[in-house]
Unconditional design. Structure first.
Lengths: 459, 434
C-alpha cells in the first residue's frame, strides 16, 4: 500500500517500531522533531505476586520492588475509584466514514468512489444527516442504549497535519511541542500515589506517552503470561522446558546452603521457576463472562484482561490501549478502514457487556480518540489525506449519550483547506473528563484551559 | 597502631577465582591457576598495582558492526563502559571506578548529558585507587554532580541544601551517627554556594564559580566558625572524626558481605588516615584480609556478571542487547536508581533473575559447538571449559551430569545438550556468586 501525500508516515511507523523494540521508554528524537512525552523515563521489569502480573514499571525509581507490592495491595484495599480507559485509533481515522453524512449531497460529490451507500449501515438518531458505518454496529448498538456520546468534530484550530506532531499534542494535552509529560501522567503526578504503578496502566509493549509522569510510577503490561524465559533474539532451544526445570533443580540444591550467597542465588532460581510455572498456565488468570471477538490482534484479549483486572479489584485508575487497525487510509480506504473498525467496535461492545455482567460498568468510562480526521474530498488513490477535526467517543453507562458539539456538515462545515472544522476542542473534553470523571481541577493539569467551556459528559 | 590482619590460609585456584571476580571481572581459562602460582601477596599486588592501563582486543560495536557513539546514543554509554570492563588489563581500576559510580551515584536521568556522565566516570577512573580527598574535591565541582544535586542552583540568595546533605550523609560521614546536625547541613550549603553552569538544549555550558553568588558570611560547621568556601566544606568532612570509619566500612562492604570486626575496622581507619586518605592501601589490605577469603559468597552485580562472562569467553561487545539486559537485570550504567547508588545486597528477584538468564543464554550462544561428544561426562566437561573451567560445587556438578545423562537417554542431540549445559553452568548459584 502506498501512502500518497504522507511525508511522515514512515517516520511515525519507524518510531512506533522503535518503541516496541526498545520496550523501555520512548525513542530518541531527531533534532528539530517535537519531543514525545516521557522521554527519559527508564523502565524496570517487575513481577507482582499480589497482582499476578508481569509489569514494566516506569518512574518511581526511588522505590524498591517490595514497595510496589505493598502499594498495590494497599491501593486494592481502598474504596474503588472511577476508571478511565483511553483507546487510541492510530493514524487519524476518517470520521466521515465512521458516521457518514448520507444525507448531505456534498459528501457524494466529494467522494464519488469511496462514499458509502445512502442506505448502508444504520441510522443515527441524533442527527438525521448521519449514519453509522456498517462495521461500527457495536458502537451503534451501545449508542441506541444511550451509552455512547459522539463527538463528531473534535480537534483544535489550525491543526498540524503531521501524525507525529498532532498526536504529540493530544498525548500531552496541549498544542506544545516541548511538553514531555502526558496529560494523564500529569494527572497522576497531581493525584496519584508513589507506590501503585497500576494507577496508570499502558496495555502495550511500551508506555503510551499520555501516561508519562515525572514523579509517580506507571506500568506497562502486555500480558500476564509474558514471564517467559525464551531469550530475545535466539531461536527456541529444543530442550527449553527441561533446561529451565534443571536450572530450578540446581537452585534447589543450593537453596538450603549454609553459604548465604549460594542460598540466595539458589532460592531465586527456584522461586523464579515456580512463578514461571504459575504464570505460564495463567493466561491472564481470568474467565470472561461474555465472549470477545476472536482475533490475532491482542486488542480484544487485552480489553478482556482489563475488565477482569478491574473486576478483581486491582487498583487501576487510568488505562491506555491502542486499537487494532491502522487508520491512515491514504489508499484503498473502503477496505483498509472496515477491518480495524469492525474489530474495534465489536471488542468495545464486548468490553461494555463484560463490565455490565461484572456489575462494574458504572465505574468505567471509555474515551476513544485519534490524532485528526481526514480530508473531506477523496484523493486519487481511493483514499483520503490528513484533515482536521475527527471523531471521538465517550462510552459507558454513565456517559450522557448526548452529542458533544454538533456535526458541522460537509456542506458549509469545511474550512479553507477542505477539512471538517472542529466543533469541540480536545482540551475542553480532557478538562471535562478530569473534572467530571476523575474529580480534579483541570486547570492544575492542562495549561491554558481556563477559557474552555466544559461539555457535560455524564448522566 | 595495630596492623590489619592478613590471610594466611591456602591460596589456590578457588581463592584466586574469588579474587578475580570480586576485584575484577572474572577469570579466563587458566587465569586463576596462573594467579595462584604467583603466591598470595603477588597475586593481590597483580591487581592492586597494575601496569599502566590498556585495552586489548577488538573495538566494541553495536549490532551489525555499528561503532558506538557513547555520548550520543542511549545505551552506547553502557556498552562503552562494559567494553572497558571486558578488555582492560587493569580490572581492579575498572571495579573501583564502578564502586565510585555507585558511591557518588549520579544518574543521567537527572543530568541529561551522556557527555557529562562519561566525563565524571573518567574522573573516577583517574582517581580509582588514588586519593579519596581528590575524589571528594573533584566530585563536588563536577558538572554532572552540580546538575544532579543542584549545586549549580545553590546561591547566596537561595541556598540549595541537596549536595550539602548528601556529601555528608552518603559520601563522607553517614546518616544517624551523630556526625552532623541539620544546622550543619544548612551551613555547609552556604559554604558551597556560588557554582554555576548547566546544559541547555543539549549544549553544555561552562561550569564556573561566581564569587558574586557565593555567601561570604561566617558559617559554623561541626562547631567551628569561619568564612568557609567549598574547599573548606570538603576538608571539614575529611577531617571529621567520623569520616574514616564511614569510609572504611563502606568500602569494605563492596568486597566482603559482613562488616569488619572492631579491630580490623580500627586498623583500616589508621591506615587510611596515616596515609592521607589514600584508597590504594585500604583496598589492598581488604583484599589481603582473612574475611575476604572466608566470608560467604557474594552475588555478582549484573554488569560484573555480564562483563565477566564476556571476558571469560573472549567475546567483544558486538550487540546493544547488553544495555537493555543490564537495565532489566537492575544495573544500567550511568542510571543508578538514586543518589544512594545500587544496593549491592539486593540484586536478585524473580524479574532480575530472568534478565540474568537472558544474559547467560546470549553470552553462551557464542561459538556454538559444531559437534559435541556423546558421553555425558565429556559434555559437561565441554560446557564447563566454555566458561574457562570455573570451580563448581559437587551438587552442581552432579546435577549437570544427571541432566546430560537423562537428555541423551531421551535421544536429545548432543549439541543441544551441550548448549543447554552452558546455560546451566553460568546460571548456577556457583557462577552467579563469587
Amino acid at each position: 500500500m502506498t501512502f500518497a501525500g504522507c511525508r511522515d508516515c514512515n517516520r511515525t511507523e519507524h518510531l512506533r517500531r522503535a518503541v516496541a523494540e526498545a520496550g523501555r521508554g520512548l525513542p530518541g528524537i531527531e533534532p528539530g522533531m517535537p519531543m514525545p512525552a516521557g522521554t527519559g523515563l527508564t523502565r524496570r521489569d517487575f513481577v507482582s505476586r499480589a497482582a499476578g502480573l508481569a509489569l514494566g514499571i516506569y518512574g518511581g525509581s526511588l522505590l524498591p520492588a517490595g514497595a510496589f507490592e505493598a502499594g498495590i495491595a494497599a491501593a486494592a484495599g481502598a474504596p474503588p475509584r472511577n476508571v478511565l480507559v483511553v483507546v487510541y485509533l492510530s493514524g487519524g481515522i476518517d470520521g466521515l466514514s465512521v458516521l457518514f453524512p448520507a444525507g448531505d449531497p456534498m459528501y457524494y460529490q466529494l467522494r464519488p468512489n469511496i462514499a458509502l451507500a445512502q442506505t448502508a449501515g444504520s441510522s443515527f438518531t441524533q442527527d438525521g444527516r448521519l449514519r453509522w458505518h456498517p462495521a461500527a454496529g457495536g458502537l451503534a448498538t451501545l449508542h441506541a442504549e444511550g451509552k455512547v456520546s459522539v463527538i463528531p468534530a473534535i480537534g483544535y484550530a489550525d491543526n498540524d497535519e503531521s501524525h507525529f506532531t498532532s498526536r504529540h499534542y493530544w498525548e500531552v494535552g496541549a498544542t506544545d511541542a516541548t511538553l514531555r509529560t502526558g496529560w494523564l501522567g500529569r494527572y497522576l503526578d497531581h493525584a496519584g500515589t508513589p507506590d501503585n504503578p497500576l494507577q496508570g496502566l499502558s496495555l502495550d509493549v511500551a508506555l503510551q506517552p499520555a501516561l508519562a509522569t515525572v514523579t509517580m510510577p506507571v506500568a506497562t503490561l502486555q500480558a500476564a503470561d509474558q514471564y517467559t524465559f525464551a531469550p530475545p533474539g535466539l531461536p527456541p532451544h529444543p530442550l527449553e522446558a527441561s533446561m529451565l526445570q534443571e536450572a530450578a533443580n540446581i537452585g534447589a540444591a543450593h537453596a538450603a546452603s549454609t553459604d548465604t550467597g549460594l542460598s540466595t542465588a539458589g532460592s531465586i532460581a527456584l522461586e523464579s521457576h515456580h512463578l514461571y510455572s504459575e504464570l505460564s498456565s495463567f493466561t491472564y488468570g481470568f474467565n470472561s463472562p461474555v465472549p470477545y471477538p476472536s482475533s490475532s490482534d491482542p486488542f480484544p484479549h487485552r480489553l478482556a484482561g482489563l475488565a477482569a483486572m478491574i473486576g478483581a479489584g486491582l487498583p487501576l485508575e487510568v488505562a491506555t490501549i491502542t486499537s487494532p487497525g491502522h487508520f491512515d487510509t491514504h489508499a484503498g480506504q473502503a477496505q483498509a478502514l472496515a477491518g480495524g473498525l469492525q474489530l474495534t467496535s465489536d471488542a468495545l461492545l464486548a468490553f461494555q457487556r463484560d463490565l455490565e455482567a461484572r456489575g462494574i460498568a458504572n465505574r468505567v468510562l471509555v474515551y476513544v480518540w485519534s490524532e485528526f480526521g481526514r480530508r473531506a474530498a477523496e484523493n486519487a488513490s481511493g483514499g483520503t489525506d490528513h484533515g482536521s477535526a475527527g471523531i471521538g467517543f465517550l462510552i459507558g453507562t454513565r456517559a450522557s449519550g448526548q452529542m458533544i458539539g454538533a456535526f458541522p456538515g460537509v456542506t458549509g462545515g469545511l474550512n479553507s483547506l477542505g477539512n471538517v472544522a472542529p466543533t469541540a476542542d480536545f482540551r475542553a473534553v480532557y478538562s471535562a473528563i478530569l473534572e467530571q470523571w476523575l474529580g480534579t481541577d483541570a486547570n492544575a493539569i492542562l495549561p491554558g484551559v481556563a477559557a474552555f467551556d466544559r461539555p457535560k459528559l455524564l448522566t | 597502631m595495630s596492623s590489619v590482619p592478613e590471610y594466611s590460609g591456602p591460596f589456590g585456584k578457588e581463592q584466586a577465582e574469588r579474587l578475580l571476580w570480586r576485584a575484577g571481572f572474572g577469570a579466563k581459562s587458566g587465569e586463576a591457576e596462573a594467579l595462584a602460582k604467583l603466591g598470595f601477596k603477588h597475586a593481590v599486588h597483580a591487581l592492586t598495582r597494575p601496569a599502566p592501563y590498556q585495552l586489548v582486543g577488538p573495538a566494541p560495536t553495536a549490532d551489525g558492526g555499528r561503532p558506538l557513539s557513547p555520548t550520543a546514543v542511549l545505551g552506547d554509554d553502557h556498552l562503552s563502559w562494559l567494553d572497558r570492563m571486558v578488555r582492560t588489563t587493569a580490572p581492579l581500576i575498572e571495579r573501583m571506578t564502578l564502586i565510585w559510580h555507585s558511591w557518588f551515584a549520579t544518574s543521567n536521568q537527572g543530568v541529561a548529558s551522556q557527555q557529562l556522565m562519561l566525563n565524571q566516570v573518567d574522573m573516577f577512573r583517574g582517581n580509582a585507587l588514588g586519593s579519596f580527598a581528590d575524589l571528594l574535591t573533584n566530585v563536588t565541582t563536577d558538572p554532572a554532580m552540580l546538575i544532579w544535586l543542584n549545586g549549580n542552583q545553590n546561591v547566596k540568595s537561595h541556598p540549595n541544601e541537596n549536595y550539602a546533605r548528601e556529601m555528608m550523609e552518603l559520601f563522607s560521614l553517614g546518616a544517624d551517627r551523630g556526625a552532623y546536625t541539620e544546622t550543619d547541613v544548612r551551613e555547609q550549603a552556604r559554604a558551597l554556594t556560588g557554582w554555576t553552569g548547566g546544559v541547555n538544549r543539549g549544549i553544555i555550558g561552562s561550569f564556573t564559580f561566581n564569587p558574586n553568588l557565593h555567601d561570604n558570611g561566617t558559617k559554623t560547621i561541626f562547631g567551628r566558625s569561619g568564612n568557609y568556601a567549598w574547599q573548606d566544606s570538603v576538608d571539614l568532612c575529611l577531617a571529621h572524626p567520623l569520616h574514616a570509619s564511614f569510609f572504611v566500612t563502606k568500602l569494605w562492604s563492596y568486597f566482603v558481605p559482613a562488616p569488619p570486626d572492631r579491630a580490623t575496622a580500627g586498623a583500616l581507619q589508621s591506615l587510611y588516615t596515616t596515609t592521607g586518605f589514600k584508597i590504594h592501601p585500604v583496598v589492598e589490605a581488604i583484599l589481603q584480609h582473612p574475611d575476604f577469603y572466608s566470608s560467604p559468597r557474594m552475588v555478582k552485580s549484573p554488569v560484573v556478571l555480564n562483563a565477566g562472562l564476556l571476558r571469560t569467553i573472549g567475546r567483544p561487545i558486538d550487540t546493544a542487547v547488553w544495555a537493555a539486559l543490564g537495565a532489566s537485570a537492575g544495573q544500567q550504567l550511568f542510571y543508578p536508581p538514586d543518589v544512594g547508588g545500587w544496593d549491592y545486597t539486593r540484586w536478585l528477584d524473580t524479574a532480575t533473575w530472568r534478565a540474568r538468564w537472558f544474559i547467560v543464554a546470549l553470552a553462551a550462544a557464542t561459538n556454538p559447538p559444531g559437534v559435541s561428544p556423546a558421553a555425558p561426562a565429556q559434555l559437561v566437561e565441554a560446557a564447563v571449559s566454555f566458561w574457562g573451567q570455573p570451580a563448581l560445587s559437587d551438587q552442581t556438578e552432579a546435577l549437570l551430569l544427571s541432566f546430560a545423562e537423562s537428555q541423551l537417554k531421551r535421544k536429545a542431540s548432543p549439541v543441544d545438550v551441550e548448549t543447554a549445559l552452558r546455560r546451566l553452568v553460568a546460571s548456577s548459584p556457583d557462577l552467579q556468586t563469587a
